[in-house]
Design a protein around this ligand. Structure first.
Ligand SMILES: Nc1ncnc2c1ncn2[C@@H]1O[C@H](COP(=O)(O)OP(=O)(O)OP(=O)(O)O)[C@@H](O)[C@H]1O
Ligand SMILES: [Mg+2]
Length: 259
């Protein structure tokens, strides 16, 4: 899939404060359809807060956020899934009482009439939807190298696997925009390499547009088309990672930290 000039997600003038403390200050973001777009910045820059605004968990005091031209800020978080948004969290947020497969099937909920686990009435269309969802979940778990873990409880698995399960759950809903909050955080070097390949596959073979948060330009350099760097709630640079890395404002913001 090639990147287009067509903007899928657009944020303008997004400002967010908590008890007078400004966390996001006039932030903007243009994620083009077909892109892998990085959102970077030091600790506390406001990356997760912006994700939370886009996915409806935080309500900014100012600004507009549109997906394919549709304003998101008027919708509740669960309605956003139906509009085509899916995200992962910085720390995996899986249900510890459900198996890996069941956790993944939750991601299909927005696509199956009546919901997957909640549907009490088993209409044929629902059953068909369930069968398809199970097949798709099995395929995606295989793709993620987790086929053998389908019936395990997520807390019995390594941290890296839990993060992948969350990724698979987000992919299950076939979102128009897939948002990943620090997918490489806490992973080993080898796991990060595999993750990079998988993220590229998600764009190139699955056709997703991806917005991902990271700390380090190193990891995202190889997979992103463009990055936005936030520092203390402000946008400071929008550029390809290699270019952004050389920007004086970025070097200053990362002073003393690995870029
Ligand atoms: N619910 C909240 N209530 C109060 N302050 C908050 C809340 N959420 C975020 N903040 C503050 O907003 C600022 C930005 O936090 P945020 O988690 O968005 O940063 P981040 O860029 O994701 O950082 P990290 O790289 O550490 O994940 C921090 O000062 C944080 O304490
Ligand atoms: Mg964060």
């Amino acid at each position: 899939m090639t990147i287009t000039d067509d903007v899928l997600l657009r944020a303008r003038n997004v400002s967010l404060s908590f008890s007078g403390l400004r966390v996001l200050d006039d932030v903007h973001l243009d994620v083009r359809r077909g892109a892998i777009h990085g959102l970077l910045g030091p600790n506390g820059a406001g990356k997760t807060s912006l994700f939370n605004c886009i996915s409806g968990l935080y309500r900014p005091q100012n600004g507009t956020i549109t997906l394919d031209g549709e304003e998101l800020l008027t919708h509740r978080p669960h309605a956003l899934a139906a509009l085509g948004l899916a995200r992962t969290f910085q720390h995996p947020a899986l249900d510890p009482h459900l198996t890996v497969l069941e956790n993944v099937l939750i991601g299909a909920d927005t696509r199956i009439p009546g919901g997957y686990l909640t549907s009490a009435l088993r209409f044929p269309a629902v059953r068909r939807g369930e069968r398809e969802a199970r097949r798709r979940a099995a395929d995606l778990l295989e793709w993620a190298g987790l086929a053998d873990d389908a019936d395990e409880m997520p807390n019995s698995l390594p941290y890296g696997s839990q993060k992948l399960i969350e990724l698979v759950r987000a992919v299950m809903s076939e979102p128009r925009l897939l948002m990943l909050d620090e997918p490489a955080g806490g992973l080993s070097h080898g796991e990060i390499e595999k993750l990079s390949e998988r993220i590229l596959t998600l764009r190139d073979d699955f056709g997703f547009t991806i917005l991902l948060v990271e700390h380090h330009l190193g990891f995202v350099g190889g997979i992103t088309d463009i990055v936005d760097i936030l520092v203390e709630g402000h946008n400071i640079v929008t550029a390809p990672a290699a270019e952004a890395q050389k920007h004086p404002a970025v070097i200053e913001a990362y002073l003393g930290q690995a870029v």
